[in-house]
Every structure is written in structure tokens, then in C-alpha cells.
Design a protein around this ligand. Structure first.
Ligand code: TRP
Ligand code: SF4
Length: 340
């Protein structure tokens, strides 16, 4: 059965290499399988943390350019801005009437960001997951690929769909989650993140990326000289205070260097001491260049194509509305709300 795949991204900044390999490449694969694909920029969600309107407008377009350069095709996938579909916030409001507050208060992001702080936290932050449920349930998505941090939000959407269906009759599809999205380690070995300063900018010149790995890539500290044997795998045991092995180089090799996952050649060379960390990093940068070279070429061609990007968003918004509006209309009617 073909899926309705949906995923959103906030417009908080540009994409980094972790987003590209961990998420966007998956999206491209779904697109090629003939599924119905909806990929959108969650600009309304972005308002919970970013208020500068110029940043918002710019980030949104830049992300769409990144998506296009990475291979998302506006003919095959529906690419849109969340705010182009006014039925989404409408659905969010309707759903909020069924959303138990207790569930919202137990969402980890809510606990981190709102509880324990002063009372200036906004209502938008509290209802963030309900808006996300509307994103997902509106087009009746069957599969939602997300990072681990978004799992509680998708679970909340699933519960909300159950609550609605039980009360008003089968309406929503219960979405499945795909949370095996690859986690790409950043320069320091922690998950690559926008705000951690450990990210690789996908539009940076390869020479710059090379310098970053040389200076900041974290290798096995026990492998001091090139000929010393090393451990390519990071082993962490917090209880025993153990954190050993290569932190930020080999894990990326395994993800992107052709043949490595199957053959483990570099891993063997590392253990045998027949490769040094400098060479190993150089090879990694080669693998990164093989991916980013073609990407950057397409991306550069889009740099001044804002009109085209706006066109893509306009068309995508129309197509998304065609999918979403009938669901929201049905929900409204089932709840007894009629537009007179
Ligand atoms: N909350 C998600 C994030 O911060 C973005 C998002 C908004 C999303 N709506 C969504 C992701 C719907 C998946 C499905 O990354
Ligand atoms: Fe890491 Fe490569 Fe050095 Fe081994 S040789 S520790 S895998 S950088």
C-alpha cells in the first residue's frame, strides 16, 4: 500500500549536514517510491522561538532551496509552507478542544521549556504539539519520519486521533512513526545540531570542512601516533565512567563512505594501525565532498531564484489545501460547527 509521508521542519536556520543525511535523503527516497509526500516548513511552529520576520522569510526560502538542491522534486512531492494552509491552524483549534491538558504537560519539551521557568512561557509553546497533530492528521499522513526528539509529539497526535475517532466516528488515520532516522554525529561526537556549534554547513567550501575536521574532529585518544592501533567505535558506559574510541570520524564514515558499512575496511585499518587519523579524516572529507559537490552546484544555481521558490511554495500550498481542507471540513461538521 502506498503511504502518505509527511514531515515538517522549523525555519530556525539553514540545514546542516546532519539534516541532509539524516532526514532529507530519506525524504528523497520516499519520493522515489511513489508515495504521496508532503514536506513543509513549519513557519507557525517557528514563531515559538523566532520572532524576527525577516529571518523567518529568509530562512524559509533557504530551506526550500536546500530541499530542492538535495533532490526533492516539486512535481513529485508537495512542498509548502504550513501557513499557506489556513485549515491547519483551524484544525489545531478544533483538536485543542479534545486535548487533555495533562498529556500536554507531560511532553518532555514542554517540561524543559515551560515548567520550572517563570510564567512568561507562551501559550503557543504549550499548544505546539496540538498544532503538530493538525499538521499530521489534516492530510491523513500514514507515515511520519522524525528524529527521536519528536517521538512524544507524534505519539500525542496518535492519541488525539484516537480520541476524536472514538467520540465522532472514524475520521483520522492513525499515523505510524518512522524514528529510525539516522543520527549523524557532529564534530564533537554529539548529535549534529543547529545550535550546538558542532554542525557542518552544507554550503561551506570543502576546504573549510577539511580544516574543521582536522582541528576539531575527535578521534580515539589512545591512538596517538599514526601507527598506533585505535578503536573506531565509540563506547560509552556512563556508570563506569567509560567514554572511549573514535567519536566523530568513524561513525560518519560508516554512514557515508561507500562500501564501509559492508566491508569495514577503514575500521580494520584503524584497529591494525595501518591508517592514521589525519589520513582517515582526509578520506572522510573526500566522502563528504562526493555528496556535497553535486549538492552545492545545484544549490548555487538556486541562490537567486527566489521567484521560483515562491512559485513552488504557492503551488505546493494549493495542492496541500486540496488534501487537507476536506478533512477539516468533515471535522468541523462532525463537531457541529457549520459555516453559515
Ligand atoms: N516539531 C518538528 C521539529 O521541531 C517540526 C514539525 C512541525 C513536524 N510539524 C511537524 C515534524 C509534523 C513532523 C510532522 O522538528
Ligand atoms: Fe577514528 Fe579513523 Fe583515527 Fe581510527 S583512524 S581513531 S577511525 S579517525
Amino acid at each position: 500500500m502506498s503511504e502518505i509521508v509527511l514531515s515538517g521542519i522549523r525555519a530556525t536556520g539553514k540545514l546542516h549536514f546532519g539534516n541532509l543525511m539524516g532526514a532529507v535523503q530519506h525524504f528523497v527516497r520516499f519520493q522515489g517510491r511513489g508515495d504521496t509526500c508532503l514536506f513543509f516548513v513549519a513557519d507557525l511552529h517557528t514563531l515559538t522561538t523566532l520572532q524576527d520576520p525577516d529571518d523567518m522569510r529568509r530562512n524559509l526560502r533557504e530551506i526550500v532551496k536546500d530541499y530542492l538542491a538535495a533532490g526533492l522534486d516539486p512535481q513529485q512531492s508537495i512542498l509548502y509552507a504550513q501557513s499557506s494552509v489556513p485549515e491547519i491552524p483551524e484544525l489545531s483549534l478544533l483538536l485543542s478542544m479534545l486535548q487533555p491538558l495533562g498529556d500536554l504537560l507531560r511532553i518532555p519539551t514542554f517540561k524543559e521549556k515551560v515548567r520550572g521557568q517563570d510564567e512568561s512561557a507562551t501559550l503557543g509553546l504549550v499548544t505546539y504539539p496540538v498544532l503538530m497533530a493538525a499538521d499530521i492528521l489534516g492530510p491523513k499522513a500514514t507515515l511520519v519520519p522524525v528524529g527521536e526528539d519528536q517521538v512524544p509529539n507524534v505519539e500525542l497526535a496518535r492519541r488525539l486521533a484516537h480520541i476524536f475517532n472514538a467520540r465522532f466516528g472514524e475520521t483520522f488515520v492513525i499515523p505510524s512513526m518512522m524514528d529510525e532516522m539516522v543520527k549523524v554525529p557532529g564534530l564533537d561526537g554529539a548529535k549534529m545540531g543547529k545550535s550546538d556549534g558542532n554542525a557542518i554547513d552544507i554550503n561551506a567550501p570543502i576546504s573549510e570542512i577539511s580544516t574543521l575536521y582536522k582541528k576539531r574532529g575527535v578521534t580515539d585518544p589512545k591512538k596517538v601516533r599514526a601507527g598506533d592501533p585505535g578503536n573506531p567505535y565509540r563506547t560509552v558506559d556512563i556508570a563506569k565512567g567509560v567514554d572511549e574510541g573514535c567519536r566523530s570520524v568513524y561513525a560518519v564514515h560508516e554512514l557515508i563512505t561507500p562500501g564501509e558499512k559492508e566491508g569495514r575496511e577503514i575500521a580494520d585499518e584503524c584497529r591494525a594501525g595501518t591508517i592514521g587519523c589525519a589520513d582517515c579524516k582526509e578520506r572522510l572529507v573526500g566522502s563528504i565532498a562526493a555528496i556535497l559537490g553535486p549538492f552545492q552546484e545545484k544549490r548555487a544555481a538556486l541562490a537567486n531564484q527566489d521567484d521560483y521558490v515562491i512559485d513552488v511554495l504557492h503551488e505546493g500550498g494549493k495542492r496541500a489545501r486540496v488534501l487537507i481542507a476536506p478533512t477539516v471540513e468533515a471535522v468541523r461538521e462532525k463537531m457541529g460547527v457549520i459555516i453559515y
